[in-house]
Design a protein around this ligand. Structure first.
Ligand SMILES: Cc1ncc(COP(=O)(O)O)c(C=O)c1O
Length: 388
């Protein structure tokens, strides 16, 4: 094939291959237990699969309406209002998306202009910063420090300036498993009160929260809801991340701009799955049972590694558990995660990759959305590690 000599200057020159792809690939190659990437190794609901098949058989196989089918937007609106108290209008304030990732990219593309600053908290989910950069914005990273990973409020207050266009929050938080409290949300509400700042609230783990804690959605706080995009993921909630389905809710003024971009980005998303979800979501038990389901997994995993050399604070939400290995090894986390995948056959995610500066606190992230058998095999390996 002749070699193309055109201009291929990269718009993301330093972007490495996503760590999730790297570790999952390595886990597969090494036949290691994969507690790295955030997806379940157990099946999605057979009832939901049947509903998708039925929708396909019934002919829901052409383009869905641009913002999503109305019955699905209606059940989403009902869910948000009953759980968090804000009524989003299904016609004008909710859009169904191809997963949370597409919603996040679309929000940033719709809102961020050349030179704008967007405040993010690191460790941060990996798609935020590149999406900001691709749109000419600048990510201002505020570091969350172990073991609490709490927001340094003074630092946030001084980072806010004329150029601040947006703040991205994520609760429950990937990778740390922390959650924002009611008081923290009120503090945020006060901080942005007299500004034009919009909030992108990544709430993909809203239904995976433990120890009786309540998820503090932006939709519980009028001063935040009026300026926020709320992002959710069906993949995380219904154990089918491969379907790439989610949604975005926000006040009409913001949603109008969102849809301006969405229509040229994907136009509309998977029709039969929307049809199926609109039926499945009618039973709130299908998402309200998640805290107990995942808490049992967290507790079994943590009980099993109680006597190991790792230090940890139990995850409060998400299906991730951080383990600090500083008493076991002083090796850099990325190298150690790769080494343990190759030599011990256990894959995890190094937390330094979630920091722009690659800050290494000697912490690895383990996903416990796995069958009991997988978790116990993983725990047995962790228990055997004494020094490395
Ligand atoms: C914090 C966070 N936001 C967004 C996403 C992406 O969700 P989706 O698979 O629906 O695009 C993930 C997936 O891991 C995540 O952890």
């Amino acid at each position: 094939m002749p070699t193309f000599q055109g201009n291929t200057t990269s718009k993301l020159p330093e972007a490495p291959t996503s760590i999730f792809a790297v570790m999952s690939h390595l886990a597969q190659k090494e036949k290691a237990i994969n507690l790295s990437q955030g997806y379940p190794d157990f099946p999605t609901s057979p009832e939901l699969i049947e509903l998708v098949s039925k929708a396909m058989r019934e002919g829901f196989n052409q383009y869905a309406p641009m913002p999503g089918i109305l019955p699905l937007r209606e059940v989403i609106a009902e869910k948000i209002e009953s759980l968090y108290g804000t009524a989003y209008h299904p016609e004008s304030e909710i859009t169904v998306t191809a997963g949370a990732t597409q919603a996040i990219f679309t929000i940033i593309t719709a809102m961020v202009q050349e030179g704008d600053e967007v405040i993010i908290f690191a460790p941060a989910y990996d798609c935020y910063e590149p999406s900001i950069r691709l749109n000419g914005g600048k990510a201002i990273e505020i570091e969350l420090r172990p073991p609490s990973y709490g927001i340094p409020w003074d630092q946030l207050a001084s980072a806010i300036g004329e150029k601040t266009r947006m703040i991205i929050i994520n609760t429950p938080h990937n990778p740390t498993g922390t959650v924002l409290s009611r008081n923290e949300m009120i503090q945020l509400e006060k901080l942005v009160r007299d500004t034009d700042i919009t909030i992108l609230s990544d709430e993909v783990y809203e239904h995976i929260i433990f120890d009786g804690l309540e998820h503090q959605s932006v939709a519980r706080f009028p001063g935040l809801a009026e300026r926020s995009f709320l992002v959710a993921s069906f993949g995380k909630t219904f154990h089918n991340t491969g379907w790439k389905m989610g949604y975005c809710a926000g006040p009409e003024l913001l949603m109008k701009e969102f849809r301006n971009v969405h229509q040229f980005n994907v136009f509309s998303v998977n029709h039969p799955i929307q049809k199926a979800l609109s039926g499945y979501m009618k039973n709130p038990e299908n998402y309200l049972s998640l805290p107990d389901f995942f808490q049992e997994k967290r507790d079994k995993f943590l009980r099993a590694i109680q006597g190991s050399g790792f230090k940890f604070t139990p995850s409060k939400g998400t299906y991730f558990q951080l383990l600090n290995y500083e008493d076991i090894s002083d090796e850099q986390d990325l190298e150690l995660a790769k080494k343990w995948t190759r030599e011990l056959k256990l894959a995890s995610i190094p937390v330094s990759v979630f920091y722009n500066q690659k800050t290494d606190h000697k912490v690895l992230r383990f996903c416990f959305a796995k069958s009991e058998e997988t978790l116990m095999r993983g725990a047995a390996i962790l228990n055997e590690i004494e020094s490395f």
